[in-house]
Design a protein around this ligand. Structure first.
Ligand code: HEC
Length: 150
């Protein structure tokens, strides 16, 4: 009997806590968990399970300063690929990332995932942001693209 009461109180507390989460937190969780799958399927081979990269070939996804400075261009990097001289965590990279024309929702999912994993913490990047950013991709990923912001 006592156990049942404790269990019911526990359950009520659980429901209260879950329902107290804001819409924003729920949206974040949806994007993040879907993004983890997109990452495993489309990015992990090169960037590593922990975003650690691969020696001088694949840059790690752990440079929060770079990711923040280039936040509005990340969707373009994924969609059109990237071929620029970049400095990631003070190491130079001059490779080529192939284009990956994923649906906008999957780009938003995976960007939310990488920018909130591996020590990064940038909040949700939703589809509206991806739509807007992709509208301004001019030149990104092509050789005439402007210097990557440092
Ligand atoms: C075939 C290997 C490959 C795949 C697959 C790949 N990348 Fe990359 N990525 C690279 C390389 C190489 C660079 C560096 C390009 C350069 O030097 O211009 C890069 C650069 C980046 C950068 C900017 C630099 C940094 O380290 O922060 C981001 C962000 C990124 N990739 C995210 C992704 C995401 C998200 C996916 C999956 C949707 C992905 N990449 C899939 C190889 C890959």
């Amino acid at each position: 009997m006592k156990l049942k009461i404790i269990a019911s109180i526990g359950f009520i507390l659980f429901v209260l806590i879950v329902s107290c989460q804001s819409d924003e937190q729920l949206e974040f969780k949806r994007y993040y968990s879907a993004g983890s799958l997109v990452y495993q399927t489309h990015c992990q081979n090169c960037h590593g399970a922990n975003g650690e990269g691969l020696q001088a070939l694949m840059p790690p996804l752990t440079d929060s300063v770079f990711l923040k400075a280039n936040k509005a261009r990340l969707a373009c990097f994924v969609k059109n690929g990237l071929k620029e001289k970049i400095d990631i965590s003070k190491r130079p990279f001059d490779g080529q990332m192939p284009p990956n024309d994923l649906p906008h929702i999957e780009i938003a999912n995976v960007l939310t995932y990488i920018t909130n994993s591996f020590g990064n913490k940038m909040g949700t990047i939703n589809t509206d942001e991806v739509d807007a950013d992709l509208g301004k991709c001019e030149g990104v990923g092509k050789s005439e693209s402007p210097e990557v912001r440092k």
